[in-house]
Ligand binder design. Structure first.
Ligand code: PMP
Length: 427
């Protein structure tokens, strides 16, 4: 049993010694001390079903034994910066990762986070094209350093610092967007941004395949192929941010972009890649990757042996335990049950997403789509009391985000939906 500090003691220390910007879920924050696969345990040993997975970070399951073994064994042997000397861990993982990507996407740059990966990807696009202008989508989240905060497009995640060179296109949001599910109409906006807002040439375009922080928004069908064409015509590179949608999460494909039938020039990843270990990556073609040889480029811990050993173990677990197939099967079942729940509760305005990346948008008026901001907090709190942890996001903060570890079962899906149903019925 756990004998460490209580939730109150941790909270008091956090208030005194940690960033004042920290926020927490739940009116009474949870003190989590253990994790096992799709379960988390608090200080009293109470078990919770984890339907958020540390923001889509845990793909194989909390403390998956194969990943833990890989980390422990490599830590005992050597942990170091791998850029200056040879070590097999980084090379083996890069090879395995490249084998999961289409076309000539096979040169890997490792980073320590998603923000770093997107910063690097945008810099590569700018170097390769000699242009500065980038296009990203409204409602996107790509990181919080200077460049990526510019690409991120929700005011609550943006500080008022210089954010030059990013144009934010209309979000092809089938639920709230003005063109509904007509992807080609939204794509025209990117064409117009380039025509009116730039010289006619751009460095590139960056987008998620399904917006995560933005509230599990699936891009309208036909949007990405049309935009990729427009960007290519303007000399730019297309960047797929797979930080949340990658690593088998969408079930039908290993990468989110594959569900849209496009092949990006650059793919960025983090979160699920390491099952919770700090690790990110940028993958591109040899020709594009060449631009970084113009100067010295270095990242002390990017691709270190311990993190890359963990990443390699994650790929093996996804394969061995058929987690992509599970994400597809359990995700489809869960989505169907959520769609049925929508028929029962008017507060559910929309159910969307793919595989184990699902969203449930709460509204107080289905016609006006009025965000149910207070209600969602209540449902979330009550579900916690019933033993289910779920995520939240969206521009208005009124969308449940369901991104559990990919070992989630049909029974887990039933428990989640029953807990949501019970809570909504009592409101
Ligand atoms: N891209 C996407 C799609 C994300 O969801 C996030 C994190 N929420 C990031 C990039 C940034 O990743 P990190 O927090 O590891 O810097």
């Amino acid at each position: 049993p756990y004998t460490g500090p209580s939730a109150e003691e941790v909270l008091a220390k956090r208030r005194e010694y940690l960033s004042p910007s920290f926020f927490h879920f739940y009116s009474k924050p949870l003190n989590l001390v253990d994790g096992k696969m799709q379960y988390l345990f608090d200080e009293n040993g109470r078990r919770y079903l984890d339907a958020f997975g540390g923001i889509a970070t845990v793909c194989c399951g909390h403390c998956h034994p194969d990943v833990v073994d890989a980390i422990v064994n490599q830590t005992k042997r050597l942990q170091h910066s791998t850029v200056l000397y040879l070590n097999h861990a980084i090379a083996d993982f890069a090879e395995a990762l490249a084998s999961k990507l289409p076309g000539n996407l096979k040169v890997v740059f490792f980073t320590n986070s998603g923000t770093e990966a997107n910063e690097l990807a945008m810099m590569i696009a700018r170097l390769y094209t000699g242009c500065h202008d980038m296009v990203s989508l409204r409602n996107a989240y790509h990181g919080n350093a200077a460049g990526t905060m510019g690409a991120t497009a929700q005011r609550i995640w943006k500080f008022n610092i210089v954010q030059s060179g990013v144009h934010h296109a209309m979000n092809p949001d089938p639920y709230r967007g003005m063109f509904g599910s007509d992807g080609e109409k939204y794509a025209k906006d990117v064409h117009d941004l380039i025509e009116f807002g730039t010289s006619g040439n751009v460095a590139g375009f960056i987008s998620e395949a399904i917006q995560g922080v933005g509230g599990i928004v699936e891009l309208a069908p036909g949007y990405l192929p049309a935009v990729y064409k427009t960007i290519k015509n303007a000399g730019g590179l297309c960047i797929a941010d797979e930080v949340q949608a990658g690593f088998a999460r969408t079930g039908s494909h290993f990468w989110g972009f594959e569900g849209h039938g496009v092949v990006p020039d650059i793919v960025t990843m983090a979160k699920g890649i390491g099952n919770g270990i700090p690790l990110g990556a940028v993958v591109t073609t040899p020709e594009i990757g060449e631009v970084l040889t113009r100067r010295s480029y270095f990242n002390t811990f990017g691709g270190n042996p311990v993190c890359t050993a963990a990443g390699h173990a994650v790929l093996r677990v996804i394969e061995k335990e058929k987690l992509q197939d599970n994400a597809f099967k359990v995700g489809s079942y869960l989505k169907q049950r959520l769609v049925e729940l929508k028929d029962k509760h008017d507060i559910i305005g929309d159910v969307r997403g793919k595989g184990l990346m699902l969203g449930v948008e709460l509204v107080t008026d289905r016609k006006l789509k009025t965000p149910a901001k207070a209600e969602i907090l209540h449902v979330m709190d009550q579900m916690k009391e019933l033993g289910v942890l779920i995520g939240k996001g969206g521009f208005y903060g009124n969308v449940f985000r369901i991104t559990p570890p990919l070992c989630f079962t049909k029974e887990d899906a039933d428990f989640l939906v029953d807990a949501m149903d019970y809570t909504m019925s009592k409101m």
